[in-house]
Design a protein around this ligand. Structure first.
Ligand code: PMP
Length: 376
């Protein structure tokens, strides 16, 4: 809190940790310990005198890093032996086409849900490889809700969903809706993976860019069931075939060594802090604080109905454009980083991934309440 804002009405504020408070949607906040340890490893990795940035991916130094990343992720997600974990390049966006390349034959059908810009990008790519049916869409209302009544052709090669819609702030809460469709499931979990307990084994394939809940940008995680591979008739480029990456333990070519190292540290942090079960509890408490603040306000307008609200990305607007600008300026001044909404929604988006401390959400909600009082 700047002294200037504080003297305006100091009684309103609780004692919070110092900013900046990083509410960015991704790349986003990482645990402080992870950044500290990584900074040491850039100078001297594990007392070798070498930097983590200069070690070979096939050396004895890197081997334990990727092994720990894989085993910790496997433990956190409680994966069965049929599921393999891959660290791949190209971001989640590459999975938009790598998935249909590997799973969808030219004449076969894939069912897709269209609940965000990201889902619609995945649909566009899938159409290059086979037949696509959009079984549910909320595009008619600018993706502001989740369409729950839909039918899926049982012959679908798979049904694709985005579990958390980063831009619009919706999240599928009850995934049994998908489990009941009795078709293989593929999920883009980029913005809520490891944030809540899910039966991950129910999915044939899960992908996620690492830069929100897993680690740093530059790598994405793919969890794939071996059973669903090798069924398409097309020839796959070597780097596009998941089976080659499984065979090579994600070392088919030079992987993003540093990004994988950050994943390993972040996953270790999560495991040492109670795993997904405890992260979920913390995420619920943070989101409740923010949504309660929105619901008890007369100036902030949450854009998503309660049942569909994301615990990861909360989106809201302020009706009066001038007041909105004023609040944005105040956020900047008070070191609230990354709060501006996506260009397609306007308003504000508050991202509260696993590493976001409660105190940062408290500092923001205190500021919101304070600002609202000045407008009364
Ligand atoms: N899917 C979702 C749900 C996302 O939020 C994003 C990026 N924020 C992407 C896909 C695209 O990820 P990338 O930039 O890693 O390709």
């Amino acid at each position: 809190m700047s002294p200037e804002t504080q003297t305006m009405n100091s009684a309103l504020f609780s004692k919070n940790i110092a900013g900046p408070h990083n509410f960015g949607p991704g790349p986003s906040i990482l645990p402080k310990q992870v950044c500290e340890e990584a900074s040491r490893a850039i100078i001297n990795f594990n007392n070798t005198g070498l930097s983590i940035l200069e070690i070979g991916h096939r050396t004895k130094l890197f081997q334990p890093v990727i092994e720990e990343a894989v085993s910790t992720l496997k433990e956190l997600m409680q994966l069965d032996n049929d599921h393999e974990i891959l660290f791949l390049h190209g971001g989640a966006s590459t999975q938009f086409f790598q998935v249909p390349m590997n799973l969808l034959d030219e004449k076969a059908l894939a069912s897709y849900t269209d609940t965000d810009v990201w889902g619609s990008k995945a649909i566009k790519e899938a159409k290059l490889f086979g037949r696509v049916e959009v079984v549910a869409s909320s595009k008619d209302k600018n993706y502001s809700y989740l369409p729950k009544q839909f039918v899926v052709d049982p012959s679908s090669a798979y049904l694709h969903l985005t579990t958390n819609n980063t831009i619009y702030g919706t999240q599928w809460k009850d995934l049994s809706l998908f489990f009941n469709k009795n078709v293989p499931l593929v999920a883009d979990m980029s913005s809520d993976i490891l944030s809540r307990q899910i039966d991950f084994n129910k999915f044939d394939l899960i992908y996620a860019g690492a830069q929100k809940n897993i680690g740093a940008a530059g790598v994405n995680v793919v969890v794939v069931s071996k059973n669903c591979l090798g069924k398409v008739s097309r020839q796959l480029p070597t780097m596009m075939d998941y089976r080659n990456h499984i065979e090579a333990n994600s070392l088919l070519n030079t992987p993003p060594v540093f990004a994988i190292y950050i994943c390993m540290l972040t996953l270790r942090w999560l495991r040492n802090n109670g795993g997904i079960a405890e992260a979920e509890k913390r995420n619920e408490v943070k989101a409740k604080l923010l949504y309660d603040t929105l619901d008890n306000s007369s100036i902030y307008k949450p854009t998503i109905p309660t049942e569909d609200r994301s615990l990861m990305n909360a989106v809201f607007t302020i009706e009066n454009a001038e007041v909105e600008k004023e609040f944005l300026l105040l956020c900047e001044k008070e070191n609230m980083v990354g709060v501006k909404g996506h260009r397609t929604t306007g308003g504000f988006r508050i991202s509260m991934y696993n590493a976001m401390p409660y105190d940062s959400v408290k500092a923001l909600t205190d500021l919101m309440k304070y600002f609202e009082q000045t407008k009364a």
